[in-house]
Design a protein around this ligand. Structure first.
Ligand SMILES: Nc1ncnc2c1ncn2[C@@H]1O[C@H](COP(=O)(O)OP(=O)(O)OP(=O)(O)O)[C@@H](O)[C@H]1O
Ligand SMILES: [Mg+2]
Length: 382
């Protein structure tokens, strides 16, 4: 079947999925979302234009993530039904939500796999790693930072840094996405925040990582009542942490909209660390990380590539690499030789990278960088 045929198929499936979804007939909608995603993934293999391929992939991911959401919804509904009438139904629900948030297995990334960002790494070390390693050294006036904010343009390593730091230490890692708390639990998010901090105290040492913290810590006033209450709760909980000497809990927030963060929250994040676009050596290193284990032609020169991708974020470069290293595979497939295991893919060339760079534009504009620089000057911890 042709790429267009597959895309048409996907669209038909998606329309069916949407309609069932709208009628709240989730169990019917799920397989159609998955079919639509599958058809798109097949179409991507035939798609030569990387930009189109990327948008198809995004769509497929959207369908998959919606199908997962629906599955969760159904599951929760089932649980609720089976525990209906029980007194601690509510508590169970909150605990269920929290257990989704706690990451018990260690994130499998180390600080060494993050390029550049030396100041940020050192600050996180002083704030999290050292105090947990040697609590005896961090008493009295030498108290560790309790609140840290990582801010900067999207795709430059904020989430990566938080995870790598958590992997460095023996601590319970709570990974919270502020926007998903709000969207899924708005009515109860106040209680959810309280339970989260209580649990972090029970299971300490703990790291509470709040991604997209601007969604929870945005400017107050003129909003939904539930929203106001959850903000107050977060402020109170953070205060509780900083006033207690023996609690070994640190809150790390990440945002790419620091200007949206309310002054009261800003003050509670005592250390505010700018995570900027990668500089030249960091870009060269990111090319290295993202081509590991792949056969590269001798002429491939990461420094030249780093030079011409000034202004690209880490995730932009990761995308360039993904695109470039797929090129030989795509050629094999187009030649109809993918089934033949005796034929090896050719090495990735400098031109493959250059073509990918031409197709992928930097995702952050100069104006946005200006905005971060200004905020950093005004509020950042140098
Ligand atoms: N400094 C870096 N070193 C290595 N890889 C990086 C770096 N920065 C970004 N990347 C790549 O970009 C991807 C996205 O990074 P990450 O999720 O940490 O960005 P973020 O700053 O949290 O972005 P957002 O604001 O959109 O959440 C990573 O998975 C990694 O592949
Ligand atoms: Mg992130």
């Amino acid at each position: 079947m042709s790429a267009q045929g597959l895309i048409d198929h996907a669209r038909d499936f998606a329309i069916k999925a949407y309609n069932f979804d709208k009628e709240k007939n989730y169990s019917e909608a799920i397989p159609y979302y998955l079919d639509a995603a599958e058809a798109l993934m097949k179409a991507i293999k035939f798609e030569r234009n990387p930009q189109v391929a990327r948008s198809l992939k995004k769509k497929a991911e959207m369908y998959i993530s919606r199908s997962k959401e629906l599955r969760d919804l159904l599951e929760r509904k089932k649980e609720r039904r089976s525990s209906a009438g029980s007194d601690d139904e509510e508590e169970d629900k909150l605990e269920g939500a929290i257990s989704d948030i706690i990451v018990t297995e260690k994130p499998n990334i180390t600080l060494n796999e993050i390029a550049g960002l030396e100041t940020a790494k050192q600050t996180l070390r002083e704030a999290i790693v050292l105090p947990l390693m040697r609590p005896d050294l961090f008493s009295g006036a030498r108290r560790p930072w309790k609140g840290i904010l990582l801010f900067g343009p999207p795709g430059c390593g904020k989430t990566l840094l938080a995870k790598a730091t958590a992997a460095e230490v023996e601590a319970t890692f709570f990974n919270v996405s502020a926007s998903s708390i709000i969207s899924k639990w708005l009515g109860e998010s106040e209680k959810l925040v309280r339970t989260l901090f209580e649990l972090s105290r029970e299971k300490q040492p703990s790291i509470i990582f709040i991604d997209e913290v601007d969604a929870l810590a945005g400017a107050r006033g003129g909003e939904h009542d539930a929203m106001r209450r959850v903000k107050t709760e977060l402020l109170t909980s953070m205060d509780g942490l900083s006033s207690s000497e023996k609690d070994r809990i640190v809150t790390v927030g990440a945002t790419n909209m620091p200007e949206a963060i309310d002054g009261a929250f800003r003050r509670r994040f005592e250390r505010r660390i700018y995570i900027p676009l990668p500089d030249f050596p960091a870009r060269a290193a990111i090319y290295g990380f993202n081509t590991k284990g792949v056969d590269l032609a001798d002429e491939v020169d990461f420094e030249v590539l780093a030079e011409i991708t000034d202004g690209y974020s880490g995730s932009d470069i990761a995308m360039v690499c993904r695109e470039a290293i797929m090129t030989p595979i795509r050629e094999l497939d187009m030649a109809g030789a993918i089934d033949d295991v005796s034929i090896k893919a050719r090495a990735v060339t400098q031109d493959d990278f250059i073509e990918a760079i031409e197709a992928i534009n930097p995702s952050v504009s100069d104006d946005e960088i200006e905005k971060y620089d200004q905020w950093n000057e005004e509020f950042g911890s140098a």
